[in-house]
Each structure stands twice: as C-alpha cells, then as structure tokens.
Design a protein around this ligand. Structure first.
Ligand SMILES: Cc1cc2nc3c(=O)[nH]c(=O)nc-3n(C[C@H](O)[C@H](O)[C@H](O)COP(=O)(O)OP(=O)(O)OC[C@H]3O[C@@H](n4cnc5c(N)ncnc54)[C@H](O)[C@@H]3O)c2cc1C
Length: 288
C-alpha cells in the first residue's frame, strides 16, 4: 500500500454547502463519509482527490425514522446504527438482520449506507435488499432534491448516477404490511459476499403469493431482478414451490453469470437455486 497523497478536508455545515463544494472542486473533490472504501482506494492510488468533503457532521444525515408509510434511512447512518435502530428492527427487521451481517464490526461501525450505495461495489448487501424492497434514493444538489429508484442510482460497477453536485441524503423504504414476507440470504467465503438474494412476497389470506419481488446481487455489476422469475414466483404457494428451480434459472439468465475468481457461472447458478429455495421456505414459513 502507498502512503496517502496530501489532501484537504472540508467540513460543510449543511447539504447546501456540501453541494456547493462538490460543484466548486469538480473532479478534484469528492464526498467522504466513513472512508472505508475511499481511503483504501486512495492508499492504493486507484483514486486521487485533493479535496475531501466530510459529510459525517452534517446534522440529520444519520437519521433512521418512520415517515408517512416509509422507513427513512439517512445516507450517513452507519451499518451499525441501522442494525441497532429500534425503529428499523420493529418496522423492517429484514434490514436490521442484513445490516448485522455486513462486513465486520469495525467496518459496520464506520461505513455508512450512503457510502456503500454510492461506491457501487458490486458485492453490496444493502443494494440487493433495497432493490427487492423497492427503496427510493433521495439526492440533493444545488438545484434541489430528486428521487431515484435503486436501478437508477446504481449505474454500473463502481458507478452511480449522481450528478457532480449531488449528495445521496437517504433512502425511503416502503413499510411492509402484515401480508408481506421478506428474506435476505447471502453466501460468503471471503471478505465480501459471493451471492446475495433478497425475496419479498405479498401473500393473500390463504397464504398464496399475490406478488413477488426478487433480486440477486454480487454476481453482476449491479443487482438485478427478473420479470420472468417474479411471475414464476407468484400464484398458489404449492405450485410456486414446484417452480423454484425454473425461477432460479431465470434469475441466473438475467444476471448473465460469468466465470471468475469467485467461481464458475455454473457454481453461481447452483447457489442461486439453493438460496432461492431457502428464502422461499423462510417467507412461506415452511421451516417451522
Ligand atoms: C473489509 C471490508 C468488508 C466489507 N464487507 C462488506 C459486506 O459484507 N457487505 C457489504 O455490503 N459491504 C461490505 N463492505 C463495504 C462497506 O459496506 C463499505 O465500505 C461502506 O459502507 C462504505 O461506506 P463509507 O461511509 O465508508 O464510504 P466512503 O469510503 O466514505 O465513501 C465511498 C464512496 O461513496 C461516496 N459517498 C459517500 N457518501 C456519499 C453520499 N452520501 N452521497 C454521495 N456519495 C457518497 C464517496 O465519495 C466515495 O466515492 C466491506 C468493506 C470492507 C472494507
């Protein structure tokens, strides 16, 4: 690892000032939250910035709270804050459980949700879960606020679609009703997950599946859903269980799996099947 090149740290008082600074410093500046990705990439000389705009102290950016039909999670909330948030545990337990298994406690205590989503490292747990839960990102720039779906925010591997002057301020996640069942499962051998799978099922009174949303992550540049898989995952619960392998194949096709250091495309295809079966059993309460 190389020593860090010299840079200046700026502490904006609020989001407006952060947006001004981003605009002012252009390509020579970037936002800095927990620094768990940014400083590492700078130490390896993969990224070079002269100006880091530290948004950790911007008031309210780390809030986790209930807001009209949503759970709002501030971009500055650390993984640990989200994991331990009583309101998140109560309203969206799948999010707390996912966060409790991100990285190690040292990274969770420093790394933020905003940094995770904006760095757009393909092995992100929150990105996959938030895609399945239909989370909406809030971005604030000099000219105001705009909302982006997770698909819109995540533009590619290590690429987000924020404008030069925009800060991700938080994510709105629709609150699950009593008929919604959610699961997030991952498979991991090394430091980061090899596969993440999120399943969200809307059940009817008889326990059959009215609607399904399913996302897989880590095996493609950005997490993805498959329309074909989701239609196979809706219908009478018993027949959906018969179609799980077909749905897993549709997800694998959508991800356009490749062979790489983490395993062959065939191995990843197999894992998608295993995790989908487990997630479906969990959502349908088949594990007792
Ligand atoms: C050892 C290790 C293990 C890990 N394991 C996992 C894992 O199992 N699962 C997983 O999902 N992740 C994992 N991660 C990734 C981890 O979640 C991220 O490193 C962390 O969340 C990044 O947040 P940060 O605040 O440190 O971001 P920073 O490093 O501060 O910033 C990252 C990037 O995001 C930009 N940025 C930050 N905040 C904002 C914002 N509000 N608006 C716009 N841009 C912003 C910065 O400019 C920078 O480009 C791991 C990381 C490490 C180092």
């Amino acid at each position: 690892m190389m020593p860090l090149r010299r840079f200046a740290i700026h502490r904006p008082a609020d989001l407006g000032e952060a947006a001004e600074m981003l605009d002012h410093y252009g390509d020579t500046g970037t936002l800095y939250a927990g620094g768990t990705e940014l400083l590492l990439a700078m130490r390896h000389d993969l990224l070079r910035y002269e100006h880091l705009i530290d948004i950790k102290a911007v008031a309210g950016l780390d809030r986790v709270e209930r807001r009209d039909g949503h759970l709002y999670i501030g971009a500055g909330a650390t993984h640990r804050t989200i994991e331990r948030s009583a309101v998140c545990r109560e309203l969206l337990p799948v999010m707390s459980e996912m966060e409790a298994n991100v990285a190690n406690v040292r990274v969770r205590a420093t790394g933020t949700l905003g940094g995770n989503l904006c760095f757009a490292e393909p092995h992100s747990d929150p990105a996959t879960l938030l895609l399945a839960l239909d989370g909406t990102a809030r971005a604030q720039g000099k000219s105001g606020e705009r909302m982006l779906s997770m698909d819109e925010l995540l533009a590619g591997a290590y690429e987000n679609s924020l404008a030069q002057d925009e800060v991700l301020t938080g994510v709105d996640v629709p609150l699950p009703g009593p008929s919604q069942r959610n699961a997030y499962l991952k498979f991991q051998v090394h430091e980061r997950p090899l596969l993440g799978l999120a399943l969200s099922l809307e059940l009817d009174d008889g326990g059959d599946i009215r609607e399904a949303r399913c996302a897989i992550g880590c095996v493609s540049p950005t997490p993805c859903r498959s329309e074909a898989a989701e239609s196979l995952l809706a219908g009478p619960a018993d027949s959906v269980e018969q179609r799980l392998q077909e749905a897993a194949a549709a997800l694998a096709d959508e991800a356009a799996l490749t062979d790489d250091r983490e395993g062959s495309a065939e191995y990843k295809r197999h894992l998608i099947g295993v995790l989908l079966h487990r997630a479906a059993r969990k959502c349908l309460n088949r594990d007792g």
